[in-house]
Design a protein around this ligand. Structure first.
Ligand code: URA
Length: 185
């Protein structure tokens, strides 16, 4: 039995057919520092991500890179992934069944990377961990998941690209994240 690594996970995901979206889109696993203490989790790949088979490489990804740089984090320092591993048709919201079908892949990525801080981008990613709180209540705040792992909720960069009034809240979420990360050993 080979040892499970992120590379092997990616290979296995490429041939997996367990999600309804796998017939219409390419599989996109996370990428980045395999030992990152910060893991960033988005919703689902978009069209550019589907084309290049990499997470956050389109407009939302460029904006995410800027937000990371604003708190002195580089993309190479973190691990970036998504709840759903395939781009939904017409980039619609992922359905609950699609999130459920893809869940094991994200759980395996978390188990392999072992981040101390999980940054959830937007409501779908937040909802993967907590169901009783809305994104407007949670954003900019830290929530312990276990003794070793804390979730930090921020708005999704794509939401702020579509709705300019969220931009300053998102930037402020990232400044709060930067301050919070200074307290994490
Ligand atoms: N939005 C996401 O949630 N994930 C991506 O990979 C790109 C855009």
């Amino acid at each position: 039995m080979p040892i499970l690594t992120l590379d092997l996970l990616k290979e296995k995901l490429t041939v997996w057919k367990g999600c309804d979206l796998s017939t219409t889109a390419n599989a996109v696993l996370g990428e980045g520092n395999p030992r990152a203490s910060v893991m960033i989790i988005g919703e689902a790949p978009g069209e550019k991500e589907n084309e290049l088979r990499r997470p956050f490489v389109g407009a939302a990804g460029k904006y995410l890179n800027e937000l990371l740089e604003s708190i002195q984090l580089k993309r190479e320092d973190v691990y970036i992934s998504n709840v759903v591993k395939y781009c939904p048709p017409d980039t619609r919201d992922p359905k609950p069944i699609e999130k459920e079908q893809c869940m094991p892949w994200l759980m395996l990525e978390i188990a392999l990377v072992k981040p101390k801080v999980i940054v959830t981008l937007g409501r779908h990613s937040l909802g993967h961990f907590f169901s009783g709180i809305t994104i407007s209540e949670a954003h900019g705040n830290a929530f312990p998941i276990t003794a070793a792992v804390t979730l930090f909720s921020v708005y999704h960069p794509a939401a702020a690209l579509h709705n300019g009034s969220l931009r300053s809240a998102l930037q402020s979420d990232f400044y709060k994240l930067g301050d919070f990360l200074k307290t994490v050993q």
